[in-house]
Design a protein around this ligand. Structure first.
Ligand code: AVJ
Ligand code: FE
Length: 445
C-alpha cells in the first residue's frame, strides 16, 4: 500500500501524523537546551537553533497558510529574516530574530491554522495539493532542518543533552563487494507522490558493469588509510582536495580527537558531547568529499557515480523494475535501516540484513549519507516545482551528490530516489561513503 492508494480521509490522517512527528522532533531538539543555547551560534557553519525553528514555521506559513489555505499572513513582517537566500548562516545571529518564546508561539499558531486547512483543503485538482504534495514538502522541509539542527547539536560544546539507545550489532557480510552486470535501469520517479522536483522525471539509463562495496567504508578501514600516510600522500588527492587538505589541516575525520592518555596516539571520537572509543565496524562519518575520494584512490577504487548508486539500491534483476527502497516498495521500518535519529550514530556493518538490496548491497539507506562522484544537475526534462530555490538554483554549482540518508534523516525525507547535495568541503554533516570500481573484461568473462 502506498500513499497514492490512500483515500482522501486516510491521506489527511497520514499527513497529520507526519506533521506531528516532525514537530515532536523539532520540539525535542530545541527543548533539549536552554534559551541562551538556542540563540547562540555554535558554529559559523550553522544557524542558531532558534532561527531554524522559526524558519520551519515561516516556510510552513508561506506554503500552507498563505498559498494552499489562501489565508491572511500570520506574520507578514518576518519573511525577510527567515529567507535563507537573504542571509548566509554566518550572518544570522545578528538578525532581529524572534526570541525562543516568540518562535515557539509562532510555530504553534501556524500549525494550528495548518491543521484547520488540512481538514478542508482539497487534495486533488491543483498540482500543488494533489496527493497532499505541499504538506509532504513541508514535512520533508521540517525534517531536513531537524537533521541540520542535529548537526548543530554535534557541533555544540558542553555536556551531552541528547540520548538514544545504541544501534543494533553488526554481522559478517557474505562478500566485500558485488558485481552489478551491465544494462539499463529506470532512474528517478514520476509516481512517488511526495518525491521532490529533482527526483523527476524517471528516465532509463544504461550502466556499464561495475563492482560496488556491499557496505560503507568503516572506521577501521579508514584508520588504515590514515596509518598508511594517506593524508600526506598527494597521489590520492585531487588538486582541489590536496589544496583544501592543507588549508584546513585535515588529518582525521571531524570530531575524532586524540586521547590524552597513551601519549595521544589513540583516536577517540566526540559524539554529541560524549568522548568514546571509535567503534571499528561502524561506517566512518564526518569526512568531506575530498577525503572520501582520497580514500577510494588509495584503495584502488573510486566513488560510485549517481546511476551506479541508484541502480545498486533500486534495480531488481528478477523483474527489471526499480524499487522505492533497497528492500522493496514498503516504507522503512526499524528492521530495514538506521533512520530517524533512533540512534545517535551509524550502525555497524551488517546490522540490517532485512534492508539489503536486490543486488546484495547493504546499508544504502540510513547510517551515513554517501558521497558520490557526481555534480548536481537536473535530470533530462527537469521542471522546477514548486519553486526554483529548492533545487534548480544549485544546479551546476560547487556541490557533490549525497545519497541514502543518515541515522539523522527521517524516513519521511528519505527514498532511494532522494537526492541531497553539499559543498565538497563539508564535514559537519552525517556523511561517509562506499567505494566502487569498473569491472575488467577478465572479471566479466
Ligand atoms: C537539500 C538538504 C541541501 O538543507 O540546504 C532546507 C534542504 N532546502 N531548506 C538544505 C532545504 C531549503 C537543503 N538540502
Ligand atoms: Fe529551509
Amino acid at each position: 500500500m502506498t500513499m497514492a492508494d490512500l483515500g482522501t480521509e486516510a491521506l489527511r490522517t497520514h499527513v497529520a501524523a507526519q506533521l506531528q512527528r516532525a514537530r515532536d522532533r523539532s520540539v525535542a531538539l530545541t527543548d533539549a537546551v536552554d534559551d541562551d543555547d538556542l540563540v547562540r551560534q555554535h558554529s559559523k557553519l550553522m544557524s542558531p537553533l532558534v532561527w531554524d525553528l522559526a524558519h520551519i514555521g515561516n516556510q510552513e506559513e508561506l506554503w500552507l497558510v498563505r498559498d494552499v489555505g489562501a489565508r491572511e499572513p500570520v506574520r507578514h513582517d518576518i519573511d525577510d529574516i527567515y529567507d535563507a537566500f537573504q542571509h548566509p548562516r554566518a550572518d544570522r545571529p545578528a538578525l532581529p530574530m524572534l526570541s525562543p518564546a516568540q518562535a515557539r508561539a509562532y510555530v504553534r499558531e501556524v500549525r494550528d491554522k495548518v491543521f484547520d486547512i488540512l481538514d478542508t483543503s482539497p487534495l486533488e485538482g491543483r498540482r500543488l495539493v494533489t496527493d497532499g504534495f505541499a504538506f509532504g514538502m513541508i514535512v520533508q522541509h521540517e525534517q531536513q532542518h531537524d537533521e541540520t539542527m542535529l548537526a548543530t547539536h554535534q557541533l555544540r560544546a558542553g555536556a551531552p543533552v541528547l540520548h538514544a539507545p545504541p544501534p543494533p550489532p553488526g554481522r559478517p557480510l557474505a562478500a566485500p563487494e558485488v558485481l552489478v552486470p551491465a544494462g539499463p535501469f529506470t532512474m528517478g520517479t514520476d509516481v512517488d507522490p511526495w518525491a521532490l522536483d529533482n527526483e523527476r522525471p524517471s528516465h532509463d539509463v544504461h550502466v556499464d558493469a561495475y563492482f560496488i562495496d556491499t557496505a560503507p567504508v568503516t572506521n577501521e578501514a579508514y584508520a588504515e588509510f590514515m596509518a598508511a600516510g594517506g593524508y600526506d600522500d598527494q597521489r590520492w588527492w585531487s588538486a582541489e582536495g590536496w589544496a583544501y587538505r592543507h588549508k584546513a589541516d585535515l588529518t582525521a575525520p571531524r570530531f575524532w580527537v586524540r586521547s590524552a592518555d597513551s601519549g595521544g596516539h589513540r583516536w577517540l571520537r566526540d559524539k554529541f558531547g560524549v568522548v568514546e572509543p571509535i567503534p571499528p565496524d561502524e561506517p566512518v562519518v564526518h569526512v568531506c568529499f575530498y577525503e572520501a575520494r582520497a580514500y577510494a584512490a588509495w584503495a584502488g577504487k573510486r566513488l560510485p557515480t549517481e546511476p551506479e548508486w541508484e541502480k545498486a539500491a533500486r534495480f531488481d534483476p528478477a523483474t527489471g523494475r526499480s524499487r522505492r527502497f533497497p528492500w522493496g516498495d514498503e516504507d522503512p521500518g526499524p528492521e530495514h535501516a538506521n533512520l530517524g535519529q533512533r540512534h545517535l550514530s551509524p550502525a555497524p556493518v551488517g546490522a540490517y540484513p532485512a534492508g539489503v538490496s536486490a543486488s546484495g548491497v547493504h546499508q544504502l539507506v540510513g547510517d551515513v549519507w554517501e558521497w558520490l562522484d557526481a555534480d548536481f544537475q537536473g535530470y533530462p526534462g527537469f521542471q522546477a516545482f514548486p519553486y526554483r530555490e529548492y533545487s534548480e538554483v544549485f544546479f551546476g554549482g560547487d556541490y557533490k551528490m549525497l545519497r541514502g540518508g543518515s541515522f539523522g534523516t527521517d524516513p519521511a525525507a528519505c527514498r532511494a530516489t532522494f537526492r541531497n547535495w553539499d559543498h565538497p568541503i563539508r564535514r559537519q554533516i552525517f556523511a561517509g561513503f562506499r567505494c566502487a570500481r569498473d569491472a575488467s573484461p577478465a572479471e566479466l568473462a
